[in-house]
Design a protein around this ligand. Structure first.
Ligand SMILES: Nc1ncnc2c1ncn2[C@@H]1O[C@H](COP(=O)(O)OP(=O)(O)OP(=O)(O)O)[C@@H](O)[C@H]1O
Length: 268
């Protein structure tokens, strides 16, 4: 069981000797093996929240548990895989050597962890084991970084806008691949995204955040069946869910825009 629980978590940063509240009293549960999305305007604390779960940062107040234990323990057990927006591969190492890097740092395989060659196959890069990052497209580089994040068989996969820099078509393909990999590995996944459709397509729950200070607005349950298919993007149910996320993101602004677009009616 790798349920992630945030219990009244707040995070302050010191900027110019001033304290800025980045996360304000967020309580969230990410069920074991679920796929969740975090969406919200720039500065609402999405990346900070992921970094708190990954134990890169500590909360100012409140508590976080991963499978009932503090994030520091999960990190030491290599239970957390992190994929960043930038693939951040080592340019002088081959695909295989980049994927193997966490094993080298950890000093060898952890239990019955997957072999790097198998992970490269899982992310669809068989035949590119000896390529250098510069010889790969952006999408292929992100596949390598996903394989690298899975090398130590993490129970938690944190994804900070992993496909933000990719074109729409590649992005959709990568999302489908990511869902396949997630279902095969059974991790608890949290995806940060700026795209409403992506959040709905990928997740079981979409958590909508607001900024200044970063806080939870609402959670939208996505009950679309799995596995997800691209055809679902065109269904009325998908549209309804997108609209629900949009309404939570924009709130009253949506209604105001509607009034502004109908000035003649507004004036009778
Ligand atoms: N290391 C830091 N030091 C000081 N302030 C920080 C630090 N990291 C984040 N912040 C502040 O915390 C707030 C939330 O930042 P964060 O990067 O988590 O937001 P975000 O929702 O991921 O934004 P974006 O969508 O633009 O990436 C911002 O006001 C930011 O300035």
């Amino acid at each position: 069981m790798t349920e992630i629980i945030l219990d009244h978590v707040s995070k302050d940063f010191e900027i110019d000797r001033r304290s800025v509240r980045a996360i304000d009293d967020v309580s969230l549960t990410f069920p074991s093996g679920s796929f969740s999305a975090l969406i919200g305007p720039s500065g609402c604390g999405k990346s900070t929240l992921l970094r708190l779960v990954a134990d890169i940062l500590g909360p100012t107040s409140g508590a976080i548990t991963i499978g009932g234990k503090p994030p520091g323990e999960a990190r030491l057990r290599h239970d957390i895989g992190f994929v960043f927006q930038d693939a951040s591969l080592l340019p002088w190492r081959t695909v295989l050597d980049n994927v193997s890097l966490p094993l080298e740092i950890a000093g060898g395989p952890i239990g019955d962890g997957p072999r790097p060659e198998n992970l490269i196959r899982l992310v669809g890069l068989s035949g590119f084991e000896n390529a250098k990052p510069a010889q790969l497209s952006g999408g292929m580089q992100q596949r390598v970084s996903i394989a690298r994040a899975l090398t130590l068989r993490p129970k938690v996969l944190l994804l900070d806008e992993p496909f933000g820099a990719l074109d729409e078509i590649t992005r959709q393909r990568m999302n489908l691949e990511l869902l396949r990999i997630w279902q095969e590995t059974g991790t608890t996944a949290i995806l940060v995204t700026h795209t409403i459709g992506e959040a709905v397509f990928m997740a079981d729950q979409v958590h909508v955040l607001a900024a200044h200070p970063g806080r939870l607005v609402t959670t939208i349950e996505v009950d679309l069946p799995r596995p997800r298919h691209l055809a679902m993007l065109q269904t009325a149910e998908f549209n309804r869910l997108e609209n629900a996320v949009r309404a939570a993101l924009f709130g009253d602004e949506l209604a105001d825009d509607g009034a502004a677009a109908r000035p003649e009616r507004a004036h009778g």
